[in-house]
Design a binder for this molecule. Sequence first.
Ligand code: ASP
Length: 440
Amino acid sequence: MKKASLTTRILIALLIGLSLGLLAGWLFHGGGPLAAHSGTLAWWIDEVIQPMGRIFLRIIFMVVVPLILSAIVIGTMEMGDMRTLGRIGGRTLLITLLLSTLSVGLALGLVNALQPGKALSDARRNDLVAAYSAASEKMIERGANKPSLSKTLLNLIPENPLAEATNAFQPDHTGGGLLAVMVFSLFVGVAMTVAPQEKTATLRGFFEGLFEISMTIIGFAMKLAPLGVACLSFAVAARLGLDLFRTLGYYAAVVLLGLGLHQFVVYPLVLCVLGHRSPTSFFRGAKEAIVTAFSTSSSNATLPVSLRVAEKNLGIPPRIARFVLTVGASANQNGTALYEGITVLFLAQVFGVELTFAQQIVVALMCIMAGIGTAGVPGGSLPLVVGVLLSINVPAESIAIILGIDRFLDMCRTALNVTGDLVVAVVVARGEEKADPCAG
Ligand code: ASP
């Protein structure tokens, strides 16, 4: 018999975990709130089920810092190669940043306006906070401490990157944490494109190796994901009962709304205003790449199709298409940035914490940078979401519920990622036409 794919196994594990969790919750406490840390069921959850579920998460935590460091250094180096392409490179960078900022801005706006995490009743939230008290108390404390905007921004530039990396996941760390590590990686990447290549070649190889190894270890962790998801979703379902489904459904609807708005409002506007191209003809031409992205959940796997439609259907000059789409497949991920923004803020809401404006800006910056560092493969954003969650002290176990429905959301956000790459290519090509009418 053919072995079921990992996605199918995770989905089955989620269904088993959720149904057993609901059943246990109903049998042991009639479906009402489960008092944290008391009674037989709470003991089993705290001492056996949750620790088992955490194994695969801890393997992921282990490589979050090396993964982020190597992915951002490599991503920036690739972008830095743009210098050799001069104007095309500069434009690509500008439009990529503009689109990522718009997508994260949209995410923040939607989560604040629609408050998907507030769909949970207060009784359930209190229970959840109590159950994950160690992490969530710290987080609430942080929310109450409201660091000033200037301090938050200054903390982005680490005085001691090593200290930031080692303390990134400490709940009481007051420095820039993971974001400061991201900024440091950005500096290293930029410096490597400026320094003489023959002197940095070994280091480049080192970062490429580090990235491969981090991804391989995440691959090991994912083998344990079905067991982890079953255990963690059991724990959440036993604690939250049916409230969980309402909250989760609302969250997924907000993600889809955000992706839809970016795809069908922001991109058409950008295409009309900056690309001077009819959105209808664009979508007709790009359709094949969008469908491939949706079905593979991988920007990298879609690259050959994107290249073909860009040249054949959208009439983008090959040299522009090749450059913009190759860089974009890993560095321009609007769907991923939007999804990460919504997910992190949603989970913060679930745990009852109002993040200040400054803290939301930090999350937004992390998501924009995470967009550069996310591998264009199925579930590529997972380790980065875990990293961002840990750095703002949201219990990372909460990712388990989201992981269960992640494949579908991944399909949708990858479709947006690939559309975004083609939009950038159209806009850059238009700029080149204007600058040099004979180019192409
Ligand atoms: N699957 C996405 C892509 O390949 C990355 C992610 O968001 O997980 O573009």
